[in-house]
Write a protein that binds this ligand. Structure first.
Ligand code: SF4
Length: 431
């Protein structure tokens, strides 16, 4: 495996954030694969089904990440490829057709079926795009069949959502001719959080607001040159490109974490839709105040503490901004699997120059730096947490941040609390 470390950018940090030095690393990685996204995507899109074409390992991962649904009809499954599929002794496309036909016959409630690629299906070059096209022609209009990759080859787990949403973009209707400007929230949010944002946009007077993904996968909002979109998640680079190919324009903002991030995110839309500044302040003031009060609860534990992020969820940069600017923590290292400078520029600009920003993964070197830095809190993947705890370091599981509602004013207190809890636990253990 090739190993490389390079320091990109010029030597005067913050001369411009586009030139901020970034430590780039390539090496062994410790992350979940894109199949993990099915856990939150199947809850969001209530008429969709995710059929992973993979191995027993893929099935185990899904089952243990999502838990077993006993009382409900599950909305994900794995078509397990057996040895004879992998050895090319049978036509895997025929087998897949049989599985899909059986599934759709048994489950008429499925309106969108995602065929999800995995490492094994990619290794044997099983063409799921072709399968989706063939099966789609057979089952349309009752069921729309799409495909995307959840494989763990050279990816991290949040990319599963990115590839899934990218597959949905071509299905979004074309904006009607002469359409008025509309807003699109991009990124899967828990329904309760999405409702809070939709209420705020309605109060601001922004009328046409859609969400990608939509709760009903058959109910996608239109897209076109009159669409302005706000990214709710920082890991949607491909989706953003697909939307821009259809004419949509991204609104530049911080990500909606904490009181300041949420205000900035809402303000970007308010400006674009020419909402009066006084009206904007009046609408957001109660939520903003609530967020600040709720965050105070965790301030005692977080203020002045040092934090390092190992590259994992791609939420690292906006969360480091939130913790350092709004909670008074010191970011020591902010490692992220991929650094999308354009999407992250507003958050990145507010992270102190003293913080080491790294992109990519080389788990051994990163662990060595954590051991040397000895931060008060290390945010990392599940597999790294226990060994670090055994060495006396306090950790936080990065994946928990993806599964928890953390966006917006009303979740700001809970978000701060997620970081305060391990520090509190450590203090109790030390007493
Ligand atoms: S997609 Fe690849 S990394 Fe993910 S569970 Fe299957 S085999 Fe493992």
């Amino acid at each position: 495996m090739s190993e490389a470390i390079t320091l990109a950018g010029c030597s005067s940090p913050k001369a411009s954030d586009a030139q901020r030095p970034v430590l780039r690393e390539r090496g062994q990685r410790e992350v979940f694969c894109g199949l993990t996204g099915i856990v939150w995507l199947h809850r969001k899109m209530q008429d969709a089904f995710f059929l992973v074409v993979g191995s027993r390992t893929c099935a185990h991962l899904l089952q243990s990440a999502a838990g077993v649904m006993i009382f409900a009809e599950p909305r994900f499954a794995t078509a397990i490829m057996e040895e004879r599929d992998l050895a090319g002794m049978v036509d895997a496309q025929d087998e897949l057709d049989r599985v899909v036909d059986r599934l759709l016959e048994r489950r008429p409630d499925i309106k969108t079926l995602f065929l999800v690629g995995s490492c094994p299906s990619e290794v044997i070059k099983l063409d799921l795009a072709k399968a989706a096209q063939r099966l789609g022609a057979r089952h349309m209009p009752q069921v729309r069949i799409l495909n995307y990759s959840g494989s763990g080859i050279e990816t991290t787990f949040t990319q599963g959502e990115d590839t899934c949403l990218t597959a949905l973009v071509p299905e979004m209707p074309i904006e009607p001719a002469g359409a008025t400007k509309r807003l699109l929230i991009v990124g899967s949010l828990p329904d309760i959080v999405e409702d809070q944002f939709l209420r705020l946009f309605a109060e601001l007077g922004i009328e046409h607001v859609g969400c990608l993904p939509a709760r009903n996968a058959r109910d996608l909002p239109p897209v076109g040159p009159n669409t302005r979109y706000l990214l709710a998640q920082p890991f949607l680079a491909e989706t953003a490109m697909a939307l821009e190919d259809r004419g949509a324009v991204r609104l530049n903002a911080m990500f909606p974490f904490g009181a300041e991030g949420t205000t900035d995110w809402l303000r970007a839309a308010a400006r674009e839709f020419e909402v009066d500044e006084l009206h904007f302040n009046r609408v957001i003031a109660p939520g903003r105040e609530r967020a600040k009060r709720a965050m105070e609860h965790a301030r005692g534990e977080l203020e002045g503490k040092r934090i390092s992020f190992l590259p994992d969820s791609q939420l690292e940069v906006p969360l480091a901004r939130f913790l350092s600017k709004e909670m008074g923590m010191e970011a020591v290292e902010v490692g992220t699997p991929y650094l999308h400078r354009a999407h992250l520029q507003n958050d990145l600009a507010l992270i102190a120059d003293s913080a080491r920003i790294s992109e990519g993964q080389h788990v051994d070197r990163q662990l060595d730096r954590v051991r040397e830095d000895r931060p008060d809190l290390t945010v990392c993947g599940l597999g790294l947490a226990n060994p670090l705890e055994a060495e006396g370091l306090t950790t936080k599981w990065a994946i928990e941040l993806v599964f928890s509602p953390i966006h917006g004013f009303d979740q700001a207190g809970d978000l701060a609390e997620l970081f305060a809890r391990p520090l509190r636990r450590r203090d109790r253990l030390e007493v």
